[in-house]
Design a protein around this ligand. Structure first.
Ligand SMILES: [Zn+2]
Length: 416
């Protein structure tokens, strides 16, 4: 990746530093990838937390471990460094990955460098991001030590980002307060040619469980007495899916359905699992209302009129939407100016997937996608014909991305 950054002394200084230290960063990444940190692998998530603490302690960070609300998960890691100026900048990454040790073993999924790609569990999501966070901080300290000292840095590492972990969002809100300059999230960001994608909004998501109770009956002898839960759930599914409206960034997906037992029985029960996503909180809330109206809904009765099916809709989990907002756009502006100086373009991306940023963008200006470029996140399989490939990160994207981040952060501190 060839970045033209000749217009700035600071940029030149940073790039030279990052290039010189790239072998060290690659080694640190390898060490992190070799610690399995599947969310449910509590001991090893904690081990990765210890290792991460050790790596950042060189920069003068003080660690604190915060227990997850779910006792089976590892501890969140908070690293802080006092600043002379009193203003805080937050940085967020996570410790966990989606791969169990068994899966890694089964698919022979481990650290492997091939050309410019480093394959392995969490290389893109998100250990590569943690390394780019480190590179960004070291770059700022190297090129602008005075500014680095002025900032109170708070680094937060989620132990269970890949699972239900609303408590970490609460922790971020608490620790960053409302006066932080910004929060930087280091999920991956695609880089194509000189275009660097940065995330300034993400969809919110609600997950639902739909259960229908019908009435079982002999499908030959007493068909008129039966009320089919499957026909009822099918009606509910069609109503839910019909809410999808791409023009408003709203999608509903019924992802799993089950019901009935034997073919000679009118099915007495059925259930479905669904999710709804939207960027705008208004659209999100309106769709949520529509879906919850289906709680108690009944449109299917037995032919003898004695029994009507009953639908129950419950929310299993909800993650708030992160809509387009002035705070995130202001941060994007800093990245865009830094990009201009470096001869690259910072491109705004609105992403359908969730991150920890969904939980605190309304409390602290937040920007995401600050990690390196890569591909195949959450994929461990590999096929000989190349149609399936494992998660990887692009090594040559690390220094340019950290440089862009560092320049933007320096502008951010300078413009206090
Ligand atoms: Zn992630």
């Amino acid at each position: 990746m060839n970045v033209h950054y000749f217009k700035s002394e600071t940029a030149l200084k940073i790039r030279a530093y990052l290039d010189m230290h790239l072998p060290r960063y690659t080694e640190l990444l390898r060490a992190m990838v070799e610690i399995n940190s599947f969310t449910r692998n509590q001991t090893c998530v904690n081990r990765l937390g210890d290792y991460t603490n050790k790596v950042f302690s060189e920069l003068g960070f003080i660690p604190e471990r915060v227990a997850s609300v779910i006792p089976a998960y590892g501890k969140h890691l908070v690293l802080t460094r006092r600043g002379a100026g009193g203003r805080t900048i937050g940085c967020v990454s996570h410790l966990d990955t989606v791969y169990s040790p068994e899966e890694e073993e089964m698919n022979d999924f481990m650290w492997r460098v091939q050309g410019d790609r480093a394959y392995g569990p969490g290389t893109e999501d998100i250990k590569g991001g943690t390394i780019v966070m480190l590179m960004t901080l070291e770059a700022v300290r190297h090129a602008a030590p005075g500014l680095f000292e002025e900032v109170a840095w708070t680094l937060l590492f989620d132990a269970s980002e890949e699972m239900e972990s609303d408590d970490f969002g609460v922790l971020c809100r608490e620790r960053l307060g409302r006066s932080a300059l910004g929060c930087l999230v280091f999920e991956a960001g695609i880089i194509r040619d000189l275009n660097f994608s940065l995330v300034t909004s993400r969809k919110g998501r609600a997950e639902f469980r739909i259960t229908v109770s019908g009435k079982g009956a002999h499908s030959g002898a007493a068909h008129r007495k039966g009320a089919s839960a499957i026909v009822q759930v099918a009606d509910v599914i069609k109503k839910m899916e019909a809410l999808t409206d791409y023009s408003r960034g709203l999608t509903v997906n019924v992802g799993r359905v089950a019901g009935g037992s034997l073919v000679n029985r009118v099915p007495h029960s059925a259930e479905a699992f669904a999710e709804m996503r939207a960027f705008s909180p208004e659209v999100f809330e309106a769709a949520l209302d529509e879906i919850l109206k289906l709680n108690g809904y009944s449109s299917v009765s037995s032919a003898d009129g004695r029994f009507s099916c009953k639908t129950a809709v419950e929310i299993v989990r909800r993650v708030p939407a992160w809509p387009d907002n002035p705070g995130s756009n202001r941060l994007l502006g800093l990245w865009q100016s830094a990009g201009e100086l470096l001869g690259v373009r910072a491109i705004q991306e609105k992403r359908g997937g969730l991150s920890d940023g969904n939980f605190f963008w309304d409390s602290v200006p937040t920007i995401d996608g600050l990690g390196p470029s890569g591909g195949n996140p959450h994929s461990s399989e590999r096929s000989p014909d190349g149609s399936k490939e494992q998660e990887y990160t692009v090594i040559s994207s690390f220094a340019p991305k950290a440089l862009l981040n560092a320049m933007a952060v320096i502008h951010m501190i300078e413009s206090w």
